[in-house]
Design a binder for this molecule. Sequence first.
Ligand SMILES: [Zn+2]
Length: 274
Amino acid sequence: MPELPEVEVIRRGLAPLLVGRRFLAVQVGDKRLRQQSSPQELRRWVPGRRLDNLRRRGKYLLFDLEGGVTLLIHLGMTGRLLAGPPLSPPLPHVHLVFQMDGGLDLVFQDIRRFGQALVFPPGVAPPPLARVGAEPFSRKVTPAWLAEQARGRSRPIKNFLLDARILAGIGNIYACEILLAAGLHPATPAARLTLEDWGRVLAETRRILKLAIKKGGTTVANYLNSKGEAGLFQLELLAYGRANEPCRCGATIHRLVQAGRSTFFCPVCQPRRD
Ligand SMILES: [Zn+2]
């Protein structure tokens, strides 16, 4: 599933190609995404408008259209956004094709259809954004702010990092990498972290996300960037997916299940606290 760096890489790949172009038409496929505006709504609000800006909030891509219309796209598990000349024959599993001026198509392909494509008229704030927490790079996020968010919470730091209502855009892969780099056992109750711990968590979060963006996003499963490339600049993962392989310290990476999801950690670099 794409996380913040992958979505940011897609945004950076698409923005120079698309911003300033006008949407001409929308083709809607037969099968709907998990959340998708009706063909009528898409055709009412999108064609004829210029794309003024392409922003990211958490894992959402926000297309700011002329006149205050917002097109919100979430890639779900397997969604891809591809921009280029019209493809013939068309790709399989394509749900939406936005035809743009200059002979360019923006294609939303999603095999598993967990993605979202919703259009909002002028003046309507997209409701999904109300649940998106702080951007990890925002100034308001400080060690003290994180400690405040964690106060009184007994849940593990791993689950705290995955909570998109607190920090936006961090998924399972980066949560594992951040905790290994910060030397924190994933089961440590979030409320037990010291300010110094939060300082390390925040510094490692920003360092790892930045590195992943620079490297073009981490490639997993069906994730491809906007050019359809996969695996060209893969970030080296030190914890995620490496159960029974050696950590950099020489110990063996362990796997445990937290809230139904695999956590990978090193028992030496990330000692359990009692
Ligand atoms: Zn280790």
